[in-house]
Design a protein around this ligand. Structure first.
Ligand SMILES: [Cu+2]
Length: 134
């Protein structure tokens, strides 16, 4: 019986490996995060070693978007974590688009958004107001 148990265990482990596709497990900034100061880099952490094939940063302006120049080159080796250095970013809404090649040979892509500063849509600004009551 012990041998059968080992066989089943191995089969379950193999099945999980075969059917679990690569995913982004964590990013910094996180999806939907609002930052008060501009980040100097983006961190991407995947569920397994991947080759990062594409990383793009888009500044979102209403219906249009503008690509931000970042110094990115597709990786030739695999890693679970990547750090993409950013130029100085102005306040605004950004979207990161990425594409990787997973260990199982499947290409996977995704995106997440973050925001720097406070936009008018978020209500009152916090600048001091000299017209207030005494
Ligand atoms: Cu896959």
């Amino acid at each position: 019986m012990k041998n059968l148990f080992i066989v089943i265990t191995l089969f379950v482990a193999w099945s999980n490996a075969a059917f679990a596709h690569t995913a982004l497990s964590k990013s910094t900034p996180a999806e939907g995060e609002v930052l008060s100061t501009a980040p100097t880099s983006i961190q991407l952490v995947y569920t397994e070693s991947v080759r990062l094939l594409r990383a793009e940063l888009l500044l979102i302006r209403n219906a249009s978007s503008e690509k931000v120049d970042i110094d990115f080159e597709p990786s030739s080796t695999s890693a679970e974590q990547y750090s993409v250095t950013l130029p100085h970013l102005t306040n605004g809404q950004y979207r990161v688009e990425w594409a990787v090649m997973g260990a199982d040979g499947h290409p996977v892509q995704g995106d997440f958004s973050f925001e720097i500063g406070m936009t008018p849509a978020h209500g009152n600004n916090v600048e001091s107001d000299s017209h207030g009551t005494h």
